[in-house]
Design a protein around this ligand. Structure first.
Ligand SMILES: Nc1nc2c(ncn2[C@@H]2O[C@H](COP(=O)(O)OP(=O)(O)OP(=O)(O)O)[C@@H](O)[C@H]2O)c(=O)[nH]1
Ligand SMILES: [Mg+2]
Length: 462
């Protein structure tokens, strides 16, 4: 795993093209987000260059004039004294720029041309996100998934580098004398393909293991799908809520994509039926496609859930866009059918008490069944806990069952999965008046009366 060797701050500049169909608010919030993402990678953004264009420049994303402006800025930041062209750019002398971040995904050749034009490394939005995922992935499965996405992204870029380097420039691409550029590219391509296949096999094996574990867990819980998933945009507060709702120690961090694996815990204080809460990976605008695909399995837990809590940062000016992105991704992974409660979190972070109240009222009006809360207020968390429990209770039905003395091993499961409203011991066993999920009551019925009504009769007649 990558350790942060270089603690020295690194300085970056950001560039973005504003297309005519993109409004100022959306454009700005995307840039702010990119700066946050950059911060997560240890970069400090010192300058932003924007250009309004009807489309991206085909060769190098930005137009010629903007490329030159940036190139001057970068050179000036390096105090390049030999460079008589190097202009005096105000404020540029304080730090040395070593990265240009671009707020779109650009093609390998655009990236390459842009690098040559501005004189420093270029990273596009996709690469930035992939890099964060790469650093934060913890479990074997998440690491493999991220590696596949990275390889998919890097492969055409390696080819581009080799192509541009050509036979004479091979040392530039760092390949060393290993045959002609072309065959080297071929070799790389095969290596990448093989590695992806290998990773995919690993993931399949892990998935199988996970499925078995999940089945076993569900079996043990004996309660079908009483699960809640916390989903939502990155940094919305999902893990914080998970912690508050389950009393567990999951990673909470004020950085993007702190959580990359799904964790599952039991709702605490425990309820009847027991509810499992899972925390999931955060969503983001333009999630690289390789990641959407590879994280589907991580998000599968979300699809298992009977209820989704869509957590939204109510204090973020860009919350509408974030909400829409989450809705889109959920729909892409086929989660439209799962009941959903919108949870507007971080209301404590909205300004004065009066502003918080006004904003909460507005949200409640706009989204009638939503919850507005702060994960930092225990009373709000208790309220959310109650909302979750109520959701699962509304589905419950009542039934009276006989638990024969010979089937006492089921007692634990019954008490864990149903509310026992009344218990009346009789000669043949205990009569239990239960409230539980219809599915679970059917299951208990089948266990207590295996196969047929006849058996049930036997109990009576014995
Ligand atoms: N003020 C305030 N801060 C909160 C609240 N909930 C969470 N936070 C903070 O928001 C930051 C992000 O919280 P997380 O719980 O890690 O967010 P997440 O949604 O799990 O983020 P990812 O794992 O990156 O998707 C942390 O610094 C939390 O302390 C809240 O209700 N109010
Ligand atoms: Mg998290």
């Amino acid at each position: 795993m990558q350790t942060e060797v270089n603690e020295k701050p690194r300085y970056a500049i950001v560039a973005s093209v504003q297309l005519p169909e993109v409004g100022d608010v959306e454009f700005e919030s995307s840039l702010t987000e990119l700066a946050e993402l950059a911060k997560t990678l240890g970069f400090q953004v010192v300058q932003t260059f924007i250009q309004k264009r009807s489309g991206f420049d085909r060769t190098a994303y930005l137009g010629v004039g903007k490329r030159e402006e940036i190139s001057h800025f970068v050179r000036a930041s390096r105090h390049d004294d030999d460079d008589e062209d190097a202009p005096h750019v105000p404020n540029s002398s304080a730090v040395e720029i070593d990265m240009l971040l671009v707020d779109h995904e650009i093609s390998p050749s655009q990236a390459r041309n842009l690098e040559l034009a501005v004189g420093c490394e270029v990273m596009d939005r996709t690469m930035v996100i992939l890099e964060i995922f790469h650093r934060n992935a913890r479990s074997r499965a998440a690491r493999a998934q991220v590696e596949i996405a990275r390889l998919g992204y890097m492969a055409p870029r390696l080819r581009e580098a080799a192509k541009l380097a050509g036979p004479q420039g091979r040392q530039r691409s760092g390949t060393g004398g290993r045959g002609a550029g072309e065959s080297h590219t071929e070799l790389d391509r095969r290596k990448v393909r093989d590695r992806i296949a290998e990773l995919q096999r690993e993931i399949s094996a892990m998935e199988l293991e996970r499925k078995t574990q999940r089945a076993r867990r569900l079996e043990r819980q004996g309660q079908g799908l009483a699960g809640v998933s916390l989903v939502g945009y990155t940094n919305a507060g999902k893990s914080t809520l998970m912690r508050a709702l389950t009393g567990s120690e999951v990673l909470v961090a004020n950085k993007l994509f702190a959580t990359l694996d799904t964790t599952v815990r039991v709702l605490h204080p425990e309820s009847v039926p027991r509810v499992l809460v899972s925390d999931t990976v955060g969503f983001i605008k333009n999630l690289p496609h390789g990641l959407v695909a590879s994280f589907k399995s991580t998000l599968e837990e979300a699809l298992d859930a009977a209820l989704l809590l869509h957590v939204i940062d109510a204090s973020d000016p860009g919350f509408l866009r974030q909400l829409a992105v989450t809705d889109e991704v959920l729909s892409e992974i086929g989660a439209d059918e799962v009941p959903r409660i919108r949870v507007f979190n971080k209301i404590d972070h909205v300004g004065s008490k009066a502003e918080q109240e006004a904003w909460a009222a507005e949200l409640r009006e706009r989204y009638p069944d939503c919850v507005v809360m702060s994960a930092r207020r225990p009373e709000d968390v208790a309220q959310l806990h109650a909302t979750i429990v109520a959701f699962f209770r509304q589905e419950l039905v009542e039934e009276t069952l006989l638990l024969p003395w010979s089937a006492q091993q089921l007692r634990g499961e019954i008490y864990a999965s149903c509310q026992v409203l009344e218990e009346r011991p009789e000669e043949e066993g205990s009569w239990l008046r239960l409230r539980g999920e219809p599915e679970q009551l059917r299951r208990l019925n089948a266990l207590l009366n295996p196969g047929s009504q006849g058996r049930e009769k036997e109990y009576w007649e014995r």
